[in-house]
Design a protein around this ligand. Structure first.
Ligand code: FDA
Length: 430
């Protein structure tokens, strides 16, 4: 590699932001508007890759109903200040100013009518208007505090970067140029670890640790569950079926659609629950949330004693279970009495069956991991960062924003709202 490098140039900025994603770009345009000389560095070949792939390509960019309860963090209070200073209508206002058509879906989620590209274009236009420079394909090799400049805020950090060479560059023997940058404020906006193919890296966590920060345990989140053994086989056979359920564990519950997949369970209900799930824990699924199945079966035992369980479930529930699911449940839970009339089944057995359908206990073997997770739960410990400015409590001039922090939003536009809000409050002070 060394023989491919040339001597580093040196360039000074007021603010350098590492990461041209949602929070980095928002912070950049906010600081740029204040007249700060801002540079955004990213190792990817495109800005905002996760914005582009979000919301099925339509970017669920925020939510009408943003409350601190929609976020998970070791410190539940940390997100409050930024979210109240930058409410969702601020971002909606910018979207409207740029004449981006959008629509509301259930639970207040806002999506672009056309394409997530509209949001990236808007952020880039605002950055350009604010004089922000963006440099892509840039590898951060080293970050250090300039010890010769201890008393001068203006050159507090030194960054050594190297141009990332493409395979084509290497084949053409193009040399990697190194550049030294210095800045007064350094903002870490490198996001989490999910979707490594989209440029995710652990650099933000490494930098945090370099400056003495600790990390709240990091896990893939907003992610489908996987199952092995017999349950896995059962779920695989049902792949493609979707139905509204209540998914819960001991800490929370969500009434949302569930989707059976070839790997296990997905859909909004599972993604939301994954935010609150720890490895090894069971989960509970109420397959017919609007019907008390025990009461229904016992009532029918009295009124229609000759009926079979599957007939009652197929005909008398508000949202009848899909046929294939009903057949699979029968095979798993009441195969021995599938042709027995209700009158000949003990009340205790019917009650147990009702409890299973209204509270199916399952133990995921794991999740699909960072490959498909929408976010990384955990991150830079929030107690070590100012909730008002996002500045490190250990290093003046160092800031952490967005997903790299231990703040994880629910599904529904909350993670972007956190990115905009934390980027904004930081951009106001850097
Ligand atoms: P983000 O990931 O946006 O940006 C980080 C940037 O840092 C990237 O550009 C990356 O290349 C760069 N970087 C990383 N390592 C680097 C290094 N070593 N050197 C230089 N640069 C580096 N949220 C939501 O609210 N609504 C939605 O619809 C969706 N949908 C969605 C779909 C999918 C498939 C995913 C994976 C995620 C979502 N999300 C979402 C979550 C949302 O995308 C995410 O929370 C935000 O993008 C986080 O913003 P950040 O700025 O923190 O990181």
């Amino acid at each position: 590699m060394d023989n491919q490098r040339t001597k580093p140039a040196n360039t000074h900025y007021d603010v350098i932001i590492i990461g041209a994603g949602a929070s980095g770009l928002y912070c950049a345009l906010t600081a740029g508007r204040r007249g700060r000389k801002v540079l955004v560095l990213d190792h990817a070949n495109k800005v905002g890759k996760k914005i582009l792939m979000s919301g099925g390509g339509r970017c669920n960019f925020t939510n009408y109903f943003v409350e601190p309860e929609h976020f998970i963090s070791a410190n539940q209070h940390f997100c409050k200040s930024a979210l109240s200073r930058y409410p969702s209508w601020e971002f909606i206002g910018m979207v409207e100013q740029h004449k981006i058509a959008y629509h509301e879906r259930e639970h207040g989620q806002l999506f672009c009518d056309d394409s997530a590209q509209d949001i990236v274009t808007m952020l880039l236009d605002e950055c350009a208007a604010a004089g922000v420079q963006v440099r892509l394909n840039t590898q951060i090799e080293q970050v250090k505090v300039d010890e010769n400049n201890e008393n001068s805020k203006s050159a507090r950090f030194q960054l050594l970067t190297c141009k990332k060479l493409s395979k084509k560059d290497i084949a053409s023997e193009i040399k990697a140029t190194q550049t030294n940058y210095s800045c007064e404020s350094l903002v870490v906006a490198t996001g989490g670890l999910s979707i490594p193919t989209m440029g995710a890296s652990g650099l933000g966590y490494e930098l945090a640790q370099q400056f003495g920060h600790t990390l709240a345990s990091i896990d893939p989140s907003l992610v489908p569950f996987t199952f092995t053994d017999k349950t896995g086989e059962l779920l695989r056979a049902l792949a493609g079926i979707s139905l509204p359920v209540i998914a819960s564990n001991t800490r929370t519950s969500f009434k949302l659609p569930l989707l059976f997949t070839h790997r296990g369970l997905s859909g909004p209900a599972m993604l939301q629950l994954s935010n609150y799930w720890q490895t090894g824990e069971p989960i509970e699924i109420n397959l017919l949330p609007d019907t008390d199945i025990t009461a229904l079966l016992l009532e029918h035992k009295q009124s229609h004693p000759k009926q079979l369980i599957r007939t009652v479930l197929a005909e008398n529930t508000d949202n009848a279970l899909p046929k294939k699911l009903l057949a699979a449940l029968q095979t798993t839970f009441w195969e021995d009495i599938k042709d027995t009339e209700l009158a000949n089944i003990k009340d205790e057995r019917l009650s147990a069956l009702g409890a299973t359908i209204n509270g199916w206990q399952l133990k995921p073997s794991g999740t699909e991991g960072y490959r498909t997770a929408e976010v990384t739960r955990g991150g830079v410990t929030t107690d070590e960062v100012s909730s008002k400015t996002m500045q490190s409590k250990y290093q003046d001039g160092l800031y952490f924003i967005g997903e790299v922090l231990d703040v994880t939003g629910w599904l529904g536009g909350y993670n972007f709202q956190w990115a905009w809000a934390s980027g904004f409050v930081c951009g106001e002070v850097v």
